[in-house]
Design a protein around this ligand. Structure first.
Ligand code: SF4
Length: 429
């Protein structure tokens, strides 16, 4: 059980060690890792994601991404029919045929991901061997990699982790001895551009983003690379980068004014930026973001919020909502809690907050119903039933698709939580 401590304070290092976290391993209500394709295919503009799966997988990706009628999409599904699943055909031959057809029709594809699914795993189709075989045929024009987005192995945002981890061995070795900064995790292009300008103003040079917009411009990595995580759900990617010699900078995540400042400061300190210069560059942005945020304090201050585990963004979001908007955290649940990567966040989170790792959905729904929070952050599958019970919800998936990082987006992030509350108030008025 989680221990509730009275009083409102942030965690000291000792408390952090002793903070009790409820762990649950019951039934989960989360999307599988295929969902990551929805934002990754927009980010890496010359990549194609070929899901090797069933009609269910095709429907999931298609409906999550929306039907694209204006352009050829950069994702698709090689649908495994019953005869494939029953082992009556050679799935490898079929896959080779589909890939050959696809690459002949789409010369713009420079990087092809074969994405495993539950069905491909059930029949033990070896996609790593397939990727190797097809790479030999199509390199150097097309790089072919594989990762798993299966619901057996991954949740929602882990798809990005698996995808990026598969790309790490392809990164060239860093040859120069100058330190470089690698920002790891997909960010909307607009956010990436804002951060690039900010690093430049601070004098932090040699900055690259991973994943890159073009697979032909992969950033290099080596012992002089410092990693700044932009997303909290990338443990495998970061481990693979560390194995290449890169060093992770301890930092909170760039959500809200405080998180963005802490995140930028971690990079600035690592690159020896003068604190006075840091202050001079960030102060106007901070002031503007704080002014914009203050408009949402009256709406959100004192409101009680409950997080179901879904995106792995829950802890940074909870920190932002409680410290910058005075929201009350009823329960903050996350599918996985990486103690090291989240350490700077946990230090900032009020010590009395009930934290849960994993999920037992029925038990958690019971706790939520008893608590009757003002707003619940959850996956799509839970949102409709909770709304029907009169509980206001926010879809966690929207928080991954929307640009929310950085100073300029802090107020937009607050508005994402204020909007459903305003809508509910209008409905009941
Ligand atoms: Fe469903 Fe598994 Fe396909 Fe995901 S990978 S859509 S969980 S069958």
């Amino acid at each position: 059980m989680t221990v509730h401590v009275t009083g409102c304070s942030t965690a000291t290092a000792d408390q952090l060690v002793s903070r009790e976290i409820r762990t649950e391993s019951g039934q989960r209500e989360v999307f599988c890792g295929l969902t990551g394709i929805v934002w990754l295919h927009r980010k890496i503009q010359d990549a194609f994601f070929l899901v090797v799966g069933s009609r269910t997988c095709a429907h999931l990706v298609q409906s999550a991404a929306g039907v694209m009628i204006f352009a050829e999409p950069r994702f698709g599904t090689a649908i495994m029919e019953e005869k494939d699943l029953a082992g009556l055909t050679d799935a490898n031959d079929e896959l080779d045929r589909v890939v050959t057809q696809l690459l002949a029709r789409r010369p713009d594809i420079k990087l092809l991901f074969l994405v495993g699914s539950c069905p491909s795993e059930v029949i033990k189709l070896d996609l790593s061997r397939a990727a190797l075989r097809l790479s030999q045929r199509f390199s150097p024009g097309v790089r072919i990699l594989n990762y798993s987005g299966s619901g057996i192995e991954t949740t929602f945002t882990q798809g990005e982790d698996a995808c990026l981890a598969s790309l790490v061995p392809e990164l060239p070795a860093q040859t120069d001895t100058k330190p470089s900064l690698l920002v790891v995790g997909s960010l909307a292009d607009v956010v990436e551009d804002q951060f690039a300008r900010m690093f430049e103003a601070l004098g932090v040079g040699n900055v690259a983003f991973f994943p890159p917009r073009k697979s032909t411009a992969l950033p290099s990595v080596g012992p002089n690379t410092k990693i700044l995580m932009a997303q909290p759900f990338l443990p495998d990617t970061v481990r693979a980068l560390e194995e290449r010699g890169a060093k992770r900078l301890a930092a909170p995540f760039p959500l809200g004014v405080e998180g963005t400042t802490g995140w930028l400061r971690a990079a600035a300190d690592a690159f020896g930026v003068d604190p006075a210069k840091f202050e001079q560059v960030t102060a106007p942005n901070r002031a503007r973001a704080e002014r914009a945020l203050s408009a949402f304090k009256s709406e959100l201050g004192g409101r009680r919020i409950f997080f179901f585990p879904d995106s792995q963004l829950e802890i940074p979001l909870a920190r932002f909502l409680s410290r910058e908007l005075d929201m009350q955290l009823v329960e903050v649940a996350t599918p996985y809690l990486h103690r090291e990567h989240l350490a700077e966040e946990l230090k900032l989170l009020p010590i009395e907050v009930a934290l849960t790792e994993g999920q037992d959905v029925d038990d958690q729904l019971d706790r939520c119903r008893i608590a009757r929070p003002d707003i619940v952050v959850c996956g799509l599958g839970l949102a409709n039933p909770l709304e029907a019970e009169g509980i206001t919800t926010k879809w966690s998936i929207e928080l991954v698709f929307t640009p929310i990082q950085g100073y300029e987006q802090a107020a937009d992030l607050a508005e994402l939580f204020a909007r459903p509350l305003v809508r509910r108030a209008k409905l009941v008025a």
